[in-house]
Ligand binder design. Structure first.
Ligand code: PGA
Length: 247
C-alpha cells in the first residue's frame, strides 16, 4: 500500500473543499486506486466540515498536529486528540518540523502519539534532520533518536506511519540523491524493526515532492508514499504526482 498525504499547512477556507472534490473524483475512478490511499490534512478550522463531507468517500481527513494532553484542559488554543477524533478526522500528523521548532520535547511528542492512538487516530509521525545535522554527518543518529525516544514498542504499530522529511528539503526544491534517500529509508526501517520487531512500518518521504521529481522517487521501492506540502494545494499538481508515480 502506498500513501499520498497532502499537508495544507496554513492554507484553506471552506470553499477550498472544491480542490479535494476534484482529487476525490480522480481517485474514485483511477484504475490504480486500490494500490494507494489519499489523506489530506487541512487546518483545524476545516476538520469537521471536510471530515463529514468525505466520511463515505475515498479521501481521508487528518489533522496537522494535536496537543500533548487529551480530552479538555485549560490550554488556550490547544486542540486535543479527543477533539480531533470527535470532529471526524481519522489521522493526525505528529512531530512536523514546523511544530518541533515551537518546542515540542520528546516526552510531549510521545504523549501526542499515545493519546492520538488511544483515540483511534492513525498517526503520521514526522522525523527529519536539519541542514546542520546533515553537514555534520549526524543524519542517522538524529533520526534514530527521534524514533526511539518517541515511538514506544507498546504502541499499536498498525496505526503508525513514519514520514521522513529532511528539514532542509521542505519547501526549498532541494532533494536528497537517490542513493542518500535509499540508505536513509533503509536505516529508518531498521530502527523501526528494532522497536516493533517483525515487519517494519510504512515509511514515507516528504520535502519538495512534485509531479516532475516523482519520477526519481518511484524508483526507490523502499519508500511507501509521500507527504506533500506545496503541491497539495492544487488538485492538478497533486493528481499529477499520483499519475506520474503510476505511469
Ligand atoms: P513541501 O512540504 O512539499 O512544500 O516541501 C512538505 C511538508 O512540509 O510536509
Amino acid at each position: 500500500m502506498r500513501y499520498f498525504i497532502g499537508n495544507w499547512k496554513m492554507f484553506g477556507i471552506p470553499k477550498s473543499i472544491n480542490i479535494l472534490k476534484k482529487i476525490n473524483s480522480f481517485y474514485s475512478k483511477d484504475k490504480n486506486r486500490r494500490k494507494y490511499r489519499v489523506i489530506i490534512t487541512p487546518p483545524y478550522t476545516l476538520l469537521e466540515t471536510y471530515s463529514k463531507y468525505f466520511k463515505k468517500k475515498k479521501i481521508s481527513i487528518g489533522s496537522q498536529n494535536c496537543y500533548h494532553k487529551d480530552y479538555f484542559s485549560s490550554n488556550t488554543s490547544a486542540v486535543s486528540p479527543y477533539m480531533i477524533r470527535e470532529a471526524g478526522a481519522t489521522y493526525t500528523l505528529v512531530g512536523h518540523s514546523d511544530n518541533r521548532i515551537e518546542g515540542d520535547t520528546n516526552e510531549m511528542l510521545k504523549n501526542k502519539v499515545d493519546f492520538a492512538l488511544r483515540n483511534n487516530l492513525k498517526v503520521v509521525y514526522c522525523i527529519g534532520e536539519n541542514k546542520t545535522d546533515k553537514k555534520n554527518k549526524k543524519t542517522f543518529s538524529v533520526l534514530q533518536k527521534q524514533i526511539s525516544k518517541v515511538l514506544d514498542k507498546k504502541f499499536n504499530k498498525k496505526n503508525i506511519i513514519v514520514a521522513y522529511e529532511p528539514v532542509w528539503s521542505i519547501g526549498t526544491g532541494k532533494l536528497p540523491t537517490k542513493n542518500e534517500l535509499t540508505i536513509t529509508t533503509l536505516h529508518i526501517k531498521k530502527v523501526l524493526k528494532g522497536i516493533f520487531k517483525k515487519k517494519s512500518l510504512p515509511v514515507l518521504y516528504g520535502g519538495s515532492v512534485d509531479g516532475n521529481n516523482i519520477e526519481m522517487f518511484r524508483e526507490i521501492k523502499e519508500i511507501d508514499g509521500f507527504l506533500i506540502g506545496g503541491a497539495s494545494k492544487s488538485s492538478k499538481k497533486f493528481i499529477d504526482i499520483i499519475k506520474n508515480y503510476y505511469r
